[in-house]
Design a protein around this ligand. Structure first.
Ligand SMILES: *[C@@H]1O[C@H](CO)[C@@H](O)[C@H](O)[C@H]1NC(C)=O
Ligand SMILES: *[C@@H]1O[C@H](CO)[C@@H](O)[C@H](O)[C@H]1NC(C)=O
Ligand SMILES: *[C@@H]1O[C@H](CO)[C@@H](O)[C@H](O)[C@H]1NC(C)=O
Ligand SMILES: [Cu+2]
Length: 198
């Protein structure tokens, strides 16, 4: 059987990549991501959405002039931009329990967590909502509670009222490979106390 070079590269990429959040819906790359991360990056993740930046750089040591590292942080939501994901914004409120599912294709013992991240500053708001300090995805069939779990939305004040600002980010670092998946969400604006006094 004849395999084209492209098909072979596809197989290698598929065999190399290991994880993604499958539910709730996570950011995917499109035109807005291409505008700041470049076409090579978008093609790479569209071919295998479980891949990771270390593999991207191994395959493409220089990403080309359409990659703008000042605007494309490959370690925040894999670099995927909100502009491609405006139709996938969840509405949560403090105390909501969010069920999450993760697909792990290949194990890599490491640590992982899910945090609320302010994407404008790439900073974690508060502390991780759940974390696995040292034994995440260590075996081919990891404990069910590493791939199906829930997190509770904390009090966020008014920091997450604008779509695109806040994500629930799943972050996994296993054997030098970093994986992120981001769920965009908003919480409602808190009512001003003045409303009650009037
Ligand atoms: C990832 O890619 C697979 C295969 O193309 C597709 O079935 C799946 O829906 C994608 N998942 C996400 C979260 O984009
Ligand atoms: C996850 O499940 C394992 C057993 O498979 C158990 O030992 C562990 O305590 C559970 N962890 C949590 C956080 O529930
Ligand atoms: C979450 O885990 C990643 C690695 O998996 C780590 O780099 C990061 O510091 C952790 N975040 C927090 C807030 O602990
Ligand atoms: Cu690996």
């Amino acid at each position: 059987m004849q395999l084209t070079v492209t098909a072979l590269l596809g197989l290698v990429a598929a065999a190399n990549a290991h994880g993604i959040v499958t539910s709730p819906a996570t950011r995917t790359p499109g035109k807005a991501t291409e505008a700041v991360c470049g076409k090579t990056m978008v093609d790479f993740y569209q071919a295998d959405n479980t891949s990771y930046p270390e593999a991207l750089f191994r395959a493409h040591p220089t990403l080309g002039s359409d990659y703008n590292p000042a605007k494309c942080n490959l370690y925040l939501c894999r670099g995927y931009q909100f502009g491609d994901n405006t139709a996938n914004v969840q509405s949560y409120k403090t105390g909501d329990v969010v069920d999450m599912s993760v697909f792990i294709r290949i194990p890599h013992k490491g640590y992982a967590n899910v945090s609320v991240v302010d994407t404008t500053t790439n900073s974690v708001i508060g502390t991780p909502l759940i974390s696995w300090p040292d034994n995440y995805a260590a075996t081919l069939n990891p404990p069910a509670n590493q791939t199906k779990f829930s997190v509770t939305i904390p009090a966020l004040g008014d920091r997450c009222t604008t779509a695109g600002t806040c994500v629930l980010q799943w972050y996994w670092l296993g054997q030098g490979q970093t994986y992120e998946s981001c769920v965009d969400f908003t919480t409602p604006k808190s009512m001003s106390m003045k409303l009650f006094k009037a």
